[in-house]
Ligand binder design. Structure first.
Ligand SMILES: O=C(O)c1ccccc1N[C@@H]1O[C@H](COP(=O)(O)O)[C@@H](O)[C@H]1O
Length: 197
C-alpha cells in the first residue's frame, strides 16, 4: 500500500482542505522558501489536523533544539538533505520518525524512509526509470500530481508519495488538485486489490 502526503500547508484553509481529502501525512515546511512557516505556526496548524493525518516538519538545516520543541504536536521530521547517522539517531532518541533525503551519490540512510526528490518544492520530476537503489522503503517526491502519480507508483513502488507545488494554483493549494492527487493514489490501491481478488 502506498501512503500519501500533501506538503506545504500554510493556512487554516489548507488544513481544512486536507481534513476533507484525508491524506496519511500533511507537511509543514520550516525551511526557507515560499512555503515556510514558523515552528509555532506549524504546531498551531498541526493541532487542527483530523485524526489519522500525521503532521510532518520539513527541514533543510536541522536544529535539534528547535525540533525537540515540536514534540508532542509534531513527531515526524523530513530531512530534505542527506543526514548523518548521528543526526538520525539523535532524532530517533527524541522519539521522532525520520524521513531523510538520499541521492544517487549517497543512496543509503539510517532514517525510516529514504526520500528521493528532484528539488526543494520545485515541481521538477525525477526520471522514475533510473532511480538509485535505496536501502530503506522509498518516499518519492518531486513534481507529482494527480495526473502522473499512478505512473510513478507503477514504476517505483514507493511506500509514500509526496506532493506540493503541482497541487497549487497561483501559489495556493487548489482543492481540486489536492483531491485528484489523493484519489489517484487511493485508486492505485483499489486497482491492486482488484487484481489480487
Ligand atoms: O516547498 C518548499 O519550499 C521546500 C523548501 C525546502 C525543502 C523542501 C521543500 N518542499 C518539499 O519538496 C517536496 C517536493 O515538492 P514538489 O511536489 O516538487 O513541489 C515536498 O516534500 C515539498 O514540501
Amino acid at each position: 500500500m502506498t501512503a500519501v502526503k500533501v506538503c506545504g500547508l500554510m493556512t487554516p484553509a489548507d488544513v481544512a482542505l486536507v481534513n476533507r481529502v484525508h491524506p496519511d501525512y500533511a507537511g509543514f515546511v520550516l525551511a526557507a522558501g515560499r512555503h515556510q512557516v514558523s515552528p509555532k505556526h506549524a504546531l498551531a496548524l498541526a493541532a487542527g489536523l483530523a485524526a489519522g493525518i500525521t503532521p510532518v516538519a520539513v527541514v533543510v538545516a536541522p536544529d535539534l533544539d528547535q525540533l525537540a520543541k515540536l514534540r508532542p504536536g509534531i513527531t515526524t521530521v523530513q530531512l530534505h538533505r542527506p543526514a548523518a547517522p548521528s543526526l538520525v539517531a539523535a532524532l530517533h532518541a527524541l522519539g521522532f520518525t525520520v524521513f531523510a533525503r538520499v541521492t544517487a551519490e549517497q543512496p543509503t540512510t539510517t532514517a525510516d524512509l529514504a526520500l528521493l526528490d528532484a528539488g526543494d518544492g520545485s515541481g521538477q520530476t525525477l526520471d522514475w526509470h533510473h532511480l538509485p537503489r535505496v536501502n530503506r522503503p522509498l518516499m518519492l517526491a518531486g513534481g507529482l500530481d494527480g495526473g502522473n502519480v499512478q505512473a510513478a507508483i507503477a514504476c517505483t513502488h514507493p511506500a509514500l508519495v509526496d506532493a506540493s507545488s503541482r497541487l497549487e494554483t497561483k501559489g495556493r493549494k487548489d482543492a481540486a488538485k489536492v483531491q485528484a492527487f489523493v484519489v489517484a493514489v487511493r485508486e492505485t490501491e483499489r486497482n491492486f486489490s482488484d487484481v489480487k481478488r
